[in-house]
Design a protein. Structure first.
Length: 321
């Protein structure tokens, strides 16, 4: 597979409660492909499962990639599989993709990480610090002892720009988000990753603080997608088939029943793996991958969760299994 690379686990460490921090190197000892802050890779596990994890190492390190992976109680299997990895194990991964890039024209950058959502912020903080940009990082969680990366953030290069906010450490250190963002200069940018409720709070507060929507950036790592709705038809001209997507059935599932197995990964409308072209019809976008502008164009659709506003969609599928 030309779009994947074989990696070897060179180090593993459990931090906090159930946060696995692993270091990965190229299995052949060569330099790793370069990446920019905000990028992620897909890990391919032996059972065919694919999951996305943000790179939290410095983009200047060409020998090692680091990931922080929470063993989530609601896991669909990915974090459990990742936590089984031991030093010396080999694993296939995608090349880095960046759907959450930094805008370095910002006058000031606010980074908000909720729990394990801090991982992309670590690479961002490293890049911003090394290049001399103005920024601050706010790390939020329930309790300090449960969180990963606390020691290195306390002692690291950009420690003076890190602010910790833990629910069990007193009111005075809680994140007063509205007060923080009220001081935002013109052309400030906000980046947020974490649980959906936390992200919604940051996004809505930023917009209420008159920070333009185009300067508020988000990356979901776990988002419940709503694929419910009425039945409709989907036609694939290249395959010469038309399928009926039943009420509350996903397009991916309907195509699978017809013998077309679309390549999927997150199944939550986050990663973009099941992106398809729309040739005719009007999609009902339910994903968190496409931008608002891309959704308005109505020429692409995420098949795992989105539906159709028209009675029929004619699509072109990119990748099948």
């Amino acid at each position: 597979m030309s779009d994947t690379i074989k990696l070897q686990v060179t180090q593993r460490e459990l931090q906090g409660e159930d946060v696995l921090v692993i270091s990965l190197a190229s299995a052949d000892g060569q330099d790793l492909p370069t990446f920019t802050a905000g990028a992620h890779i897909d890990l391919h596990f032996d059972d065919g499962m694919v999951r996305q994890y943000s790179l939290c190492s410095s983009p200047t390190d060409h020998k090692t990639w680091r990931l922080g992976i929470l063993k989530a109680p609601e896991s669909r299997g990915g974090s459990v599989a990742a936590h089984r990895l031991q030093a010396g194990d080999e694993v296939m991964a995608s090349l880095p993709r960046n759907l959450f890039p930094l805008d370095k024209t910002a006058s000031h950058t606010y980074l908000f990480g909720g729990g394990i959502g801090v991982t992309p912020m670590l690479a961002m903080a490293d890049e911003l610090h090394r290049e001399g940009h103005s920024f601050e990082l706010h790390y939020c969680g329930k309790t300090r002892k449960r969180m990963g990366f606390v020691d290195e953030m306390t002692q690291g290069l950009y420690a003076s720009q890190v602010h910790f906010h833990f629910d069990d450490e007193g009111e005075e250190q809680r994140l007063q988000l509205a007060n923080v963002l009220k001081q935002a200069p013109n052309n400030a940018h906000v980046y947020v990753c974490g649980p959906e409720g936390f992200m919604d709070w940051v996004i809505n507060t930023a917009l209420a603080s008159d920070i333009p929507a185009g300067q508020v950036h988000k990356e979901y790592f776990n988002k419940e997608a709503d694929a419910s709705g009425d039945a409709f038809e989907v036609e694939l001209p290249e395959q010469g088939i038309t399928v009926q997507v039943r009420e509350n059935q996903s397009i991916v599932n309907a195509l699978s029943e017809a013998g077309v197995r679309v390549k999927v990964s997150c199944e939550q409308g986050i990663c973009g793996t099941c992106l398809a072209n729309v040739l005719e019809g009007v999609p009902d976008h339910r994903d968190s991958y496409l931008t608002d502008e891309e959704k308005q164009d109505n020429d692409q659709i995420i098949l795992c969760c989105s539906r159709s506003k028209s009675k029929k969609l004619v699509i072109e599928v990119f990748e099948t299994e």
